[in-house]
Design a protein around this ligand. Structure first.
Ligand SMILES: *Cc1c(COP(=O)(O)O)cnc(C)c1O
Length: 458
């Protein structure tokens, strides 16, 4: 076991060291896929054989988000330190639902650090969840609870921008409020929520006898990285007594970089903030986080008195902080450990520097595109995301085919999005390993395939 373990560690170091020599992505062959339609194993297999199948059939066919050429969606690259911490966490096999053990103190440590980083008050609480989708959902539950405790009969209505992530309307469905009671406010030319339109929508709903109860701002929209005017939204929320939540899944940790922090002014004025360590924080999947202003109110929503969870004054069943009292999960893994290792070993400054470097690469990419007569930038670049495409490609069909060709070639992997209904190439620079060379490869690849594909097929 020990020998195999050391071998596994070496294999993963080799894998990480040689990322640049590997394709960012390659299609899993049918034969490898077929081996995952095997019968359920009743007896044992040698560890070495199973490890070998991992090396042969799984490792080479990952989605590629660790690779420096990966620019699709918004995905973190992970780090070797995070990998090692995951191994330690799995060895410990801690359950962070509650009880009196040190792992809880590690999660609490992260919460205290995040409280200070984001300027939240002493009363704040922090909770790991799978991702921002869950964190946003929990925030909707908190807001709903607050609203129903003051106005139990009122028909609730909430506000977010048209550029908000798809998990927000889904959270309203899951919370039983219904996505039809979430108003999608128009965005301005920079992709930020139009605050005049927001005010008008709130006033109209108030006149119609509805109860506006929640406002959700976005600190880094998924499509273009736009950041709402977080201070203006705070003032509007306060004027109308709305619960104010911010979805900072991809952007909020940008406060770690001094040159980016001013973009997030007002983030401390929210009632709650969702963000993902597994995106810009480079912590391995999964590590979502919810920071709330009022821990006591959160506990009142989620704590329950189940007999089998009875607390004690002393011993293992003691402990004044049981995370299961603050969210929907009882059994919870030790996401805090890989986050703690990442923050301690690299330090906040290095993480911030990597985010600032991503944004400089994005700005440089936008300049390169503007300088290419065949290409055009399709949305303002606010942070680390560049949406662009080939000129005179009204539907974006060519952009879609270029992306597929890039994926198949395996050097860089942007993703597809729609900008004003037109298919666009979207490069989200999130990985700390991405450099100028990868930006060059993206431009070169796009131009090459644009010329090749522009042939008779169009
Ligand atoms: C990624 C993302 C989400 C969803 O977060 P998960 O961690 O994938 O659940 C929500 N909002 C925004 C803006 C995102 O970028």
């Amino acid at each position: 076991m020990r020998t195999h373990g050391h071998q596994m560690l070496d294999d993963m170091f080799d894998h990480l060291e040689s990322l640049r020599q590997q394709p960012v992505w390659q299609a899993p062959p049918a034969a490898a896929r077929a081996r995952f339609h095997a019968p359920l194993p009743l007896g044992p297999s040698p560890l070495g054989d199973v490890h070998q199948q991992f090396l042969d059939d799984i490792l080479p066919f990952s989605s590629g988000n660790a690779h420096p050429g990966f620019m699709g969606w918004v995905q973190g690259g992970g780090t070797p330190v995070g990998m090692l911490a995951e191994m330690l966490a799995a060895g410990l096999n801690a359950n962070l639902g509650g009880r009196n053990h040190m792992a809880i103190a590690v999660e609490r440590q992260i919460a205290l650090w995040m409280r200070d980083l984001f300027g939240f008050p002493e009363t704040a609480h922090g909770l790991f969840l799978t991702g921002a989708s869950q964190a946003n959902f929990v925030a909707v539950l908190l807001a709903r609870h607050r609203a129903l405790s003051t106005a139990p009969q009122a028909p609730l209505v909430a506000y977010t921008s048209q550029a908000a992530h798809g998990c927000i309307p889904r959270a309203f469905d899951m919370a039983g409020i219904g996505a039809q009671h979430l108003r999608r406010i128009a965005t301005d030319a920079a992709g930020r929520m139009d605050t005049d339109a927001l005010q008008a929508a709130i006033r109209q709903d108030q006149k119609g006898g509805l109860k506006p109860f929640m406002l959700i701002g976005t600190a880094g929209t998924v499509n273009t990285g736009a950041i709402d005017d977080l201070t203006a939204l705070a003032a509007i929320a306060s004027e109308h007594g709305l619960y104010y939540h911010i979805d900072g899944a991809l952007g909020a940790l940008g406060v770690c970089a001094p040159e980016l922090a001013p973009l997030f002014a007002g983030i401390n004025l929210s009632d709650s903030l969702a963000f993902d360590f597994h995106k810009w924080g480079q912590v391995p999947y999964d590590a979502g986080f919810l920071l709330t202003h009022d821990g006591a109110a959160q506990k009142a929503v989620f704590a329950n008195e189940a007999a089998y969870l009875t607390r004690a004054e002393h011993g293992l069943a003691a402990g004044d902080l049981w995370p299961c009292d603050y969210g929907p999960d009882l059994s919870r893994g030790f996401r805090a450990l890989k986050t703690w290792f990442t923050l301690k070993v690299y330090g906040l400054d290095a993480l911030g520097a990597s985010m600032a470097a991503n944004c400089r690469l994005a700005a440089g990419l936008a300049r390169r595109i503007e300088a290419e007569p065949e290409l055009e930038v399709l949305a303002p670049v606010s942070l680390n995301i560049v949406c662009f495409g080939v000129r005179d490609d009204a539907s974006g069909a060519l952009n879609g085919r270029i992306i597929e060709a890039l994926h198949a070639a395996g050097r860089v992997a942007p993703s597809l999005t729609l900008i004003d209904g037109r298919k666009a190439i979207r490069a989200a620079i999130v990985n700390h390993r991405t450099t100028e060379a990868d930006i060059d490869a993206l431009i070169d690849g796009v131009l090459l395939f644009a010329r090749q594909l522009k042939g008779p097929a169009l």
